[in-house]
Design a binder for this molecule. Structure first.
Ligand code: GLC
Length: 432
């Protein structure tokens, strides 16, 4: 692999800025040149987090431009399309046809799906580390009602199981698109029958389910993106612990931001309690949180990085924290990987060191776990996760993901969230 072990912190920081500047469109940051030419939802939240300590205004602009794509029902779409080369990415705006939907914004094309609701935590990060306090205050006041609408959407339209959690209705909504957790639920989805043509490199992508991914998107679109269709007919509905763990952490963030916006934090605290109780009741089994398949029934037997999402909850009971950290540090995950944290349990049959979300280590999930370790005062784990993530980018560059055994880069180069979160790690800003 490329060895850049000699790159010092200052040079690494300059390289990270160069990537973010090259991927900046003037109002948003695209995930990577060429491969992902539009604005992606959780990518932008990670970019905003990385920028937060350095440039309040630009971090805020990143979130504002994403939320310009928010639907009037509160849904924040997983892609906001730029007019430039709009169809360069498949599925593009002509597939999603958001403009035909009454809830979608007029001026901008979007997808019809969402992604993990990290936005309120990103806004809290901007607020907490603001270099420009007035701009941060104005930003909180402006974004707060939009984030409340987003959370209301999740709590109503997406509580498909009726137990207090939000269900994802497509693997793309998890952000961990190719995770083996979706293999079984996808079996129930009839393939589209139309050839899948993705205008991007297929390196590291398993490819097996792509036809079903498109089928799911088209079925939802053809229903008119209707809530009743999701509830009664849509063949894919999964309660994912990472998605819901992130949602819970964002509810905690909204509770802290509410007074800044002149609002009552009470409802957010109620939401936190509800989501935690539901996570423990519905997803906890054998020492981990597992995804629940609402259509096929049952909990996923595969353990992945997603199982640790609820660790982001600073009030998760201590015995659950201890069990989760025990598994995370064991040879099932960190203990047998020279370059942690693998996205799938190493001993699982589905583990694949070079396939997207089926084995490689990712900077964003490492960052989330480091944040989780920080809220539970696990100083040693915070240190290890920070140092090992910086070692990855120092050695292999700002790649999309990394081989967990030898640290070599996979997928895109100059990947925005890898660069942005490096800036945050270099500043060592994580606090409990
Ligand atoms: C891939 C990733 C997803 C990310 C997107 C853009 O689809 O799986 O998490 O948001 O690329 O970077």
């Amino acid at each position: 692999m490329e060895s850049r072990a000699a790159v010092d912190d200052a040079a690494l920081g300059r390289e990270a800025w160069a990537v973010l500047d090259a991927n900046w469109t003037g109002s948003a940051t695209v995930p990577a040149p060429g491969l992902y030419p539009h604005q992606w939802n959780w990518d932008s939240t990670f970019v905003a987090i990385g920028l937060a300590r350095w440039d309040t205004r630009r971090a805020g602009t990143e979130l504002l431009s994403l939320l310009a794509g928010q639907w009037s029902n509160g849904m924040v779409p997983h892609i906001v399309f730029r007019p430039v080369r709009a169809e360069a990415y498949f599925p593009g705006p002509s597939v999603w046809r958001s403009r035909d939907h009454r809830s979608a914004p007029n001026g901008v094309g979007t997808s019809g799906l969402t992604q993990p609701p990290l936005h309120a935590l990103a806004l809290w990060w901007i607020w907490r580390y603001a270099t420009d306090r007035d701009t941060a205050t104005a930003l909180v006041r402006r974004l707060y009602p939009m984030l409340v609408a987003q959370h209301d959407y999740l709590a109503t339209v997406r509580d498909l199981g009726g137990g207090g959690l939000a269900a994802i209705v497509h693997p793309w909504e998890s952000g961990m698109d190719d995770s083996p957790v979706w293999d079984a639920p996808l079996e129930a989805v009839p393939p589209a029958g139309t050839p899948y043509r993705r205008a991007e490199s297929s390196e590291g992508r398993p490819g097996g389910h792509q036809d079903r991914y498109v089928a799911l998107a088209l079925r939802y679109r053809d229903s008119g993106y209707e809530a009743a269709y999701l509830r009664d007919e849509h063949p894919f509905a999964v309660e994912d612990p990472m998605f819901n763990g992130i949602w819970l952490a964002s509810c905690q963030a909204l509770a802290e931001l509410a007074p800044v916006a002149g609002a009552d934090p009470g409802p957010h605290r109620v939401a936190v309690e509800r989501i935690r109780a539901a996570l423990l009741e519905r997803l906890w089994a054998d020492g981990l949180f597992r995804a629940r398949d609402l259509r096929g029934g049952g909990l996923s037997p595969v353990c992945t990085i997603g199982c640790f999402g609820p660790l982001l909850d600073r009030e998760l009971p201590a015995d659950h924290v201890a069990e989760l950290v025990g598994v995370l540090e064991s040879p099932r995950f960190m203990g047998a990987a020279g370059y942690p944290v693998p996205s799938c349990e190493i001993r699982a049959q589905e583990f694949d060191r070079s396939c997207y979300w089926r084995g490689p280590s990712w900077v964003n999930t490492n960052w989330l776990l480091r944040r989780a370790a920080a809220v539970h005062d696990l100083a040693g784990l915070v240190r290890v996760l920070g140092a090992s993530t910086l070692r990855l980018v120092r050695q292999a560059g700002f790649r999309e993901c990394f081989d967990p055994f030898d640290g070599s880069g996979r997928g895109s180069r100059d990947f925005s969230w890898s660069a942005a979160l490096t800036l945050d790690l270099l500043a060592d800003t994580v606090e409990g």
